[in-house]
Design a protein around this ligand. Structure first.
Ligand code: OFO
Length: 171
């Protein structure tokens, strides 16, 4: 059973996760436009991952007898200065999501909602990986600098990323 406050906050995070998917789909489209198909693949896999995150919130709200309420999506950015700019914006966004997850945990604790607290722990761990992946790619892009060959090599590496669906339950 979800309290009204917790339900509203989980619905807001459902929207945040769908927005994340939308943002990465936009980055994938931009990558294709500038000829970086590997980057496009990486962001499209990220889009798929974010939709599974959204579905975890969707299923959890339903499983707890709550009401899913979908909201409007903000327009994502469609232009970027460079691949580095895209990943810096990705990291910035993931830091925002980490903050949102931490605030949800704080709320679950203050509401004494143990089930939601346990559900959220998967996301606490996931955010470490999300930020770590972005930091790794940013470090590589900084090393590459203006080197076109380096960029094409990284593009090849990012082309190998494959979507692996996470477990469907909250843990
Ligand atoms: Fe759902 O982790 Fe990124 O946003």
């Amino acid at each position: 059973m979800l309290g009204e406050k917790m339900q509203d906050a989980l619905n807001k995070q459902l929207n945040n996760e769908i927005y994340s998917a939308y943002l990465y789909m936009s980055m994938s489209a931009y990558s294709t436009f500038i000829g970086l198909k590997g980057f496009a693949n990486w962001f499209m896999v990220q889009y798929q991952e974010e939709m599974t995150h959204a579905m975890k919130f969707y299923d959890y709200i339903n499983d707890q007898g709550g009401q899913v309420r979908l909201m409007a999506l903000a327009q994502p950015m469609t232009e970027f200065e460079s691949p580095l700019d895209m990943f810096e914006k990705t990291l910035e966004h993931e830091k925002f999501i980490t903050k949102c997850i931490n605030e949800l945990v704080d709320l679950a604790i203050s509401e004494k909602d143990h089930a939601t607290n346990i559900f959220l722990q998967w996301f606490v761990t996931e955010q470490i990986e999300e930020e770590g992946n972005d930091n790794d790619i940013i470090a590589k892009l900084k090393l590459i600098g203006d080197n076109g060959n380096g960029l094409l090599m990284l593009d090849k590496e990012l082309a190998t990323r494959v979507f692996t669906p996470p477990p469907t339950s909250g843990n």
